[in-house]
Design a protein around this ligand. Structure first.
Ligand SMILES: [Zn+2]
Length: 126
């Protein structure tokens, strides 16, 4: 199926985040991991969100909450504000029910551990 990737890269999903979500490929950069995590939120791939959170901070995130947050929102688009080697600042636009669109603005930190990128934590901005 040829669909555009939810992360907004303009590439097809199969040539962008899908191989990462299927764990056929690992992210090469923090931004690539961030994009794939946004795609995972938009399609409700909770396992991927957990497995790409670094083991040292994973306990802070509950599966139930990730799942609820992923599924109760309609993910509209991703906007990358700044992309550095270990930090990505982004705005994720989403809708909850019939409310006007909202923005989740976060500056996330990523860590490369044993050749694999992980989400470490983030600061919410508003
Ligand atoms: Zn993508």
């Amino acid at each position: 199926m040829k669909t555009t990737c939810p992360c907004g890269s303009k590439l097809s999903h199969a040539n962008c985040c899908e191989p990462l979500l299927l764990e056929n490929k690992t992210a090469e950069t923090a931004e690539q991991l961030m994009r794939s995590r946004y795609s995972a939120y938009s399609i409700g791939k909770v396992d991927y969100l957990i497995s790409t959170t670094h083991p040292s901070t994973r306990h802070r995130f509950s599966r139930k909450e990730i799942e609820a947050w992923s599924k109760s929102n309609k993910w509209l688009k991703l906007e990358i504000i700044e992309s550095l080697p270990t930090v990505v600042e982004f705005k994720a636009h989403y809708m909850q029910g019939i409310d006007p669109p909202k923005v989740h603005h976060e500056r996330s930190t990523f860590v490369l551990d044993n050749g694999k990128w992980y989400y470490l934590d983030g600061i919410f901005r508003n």
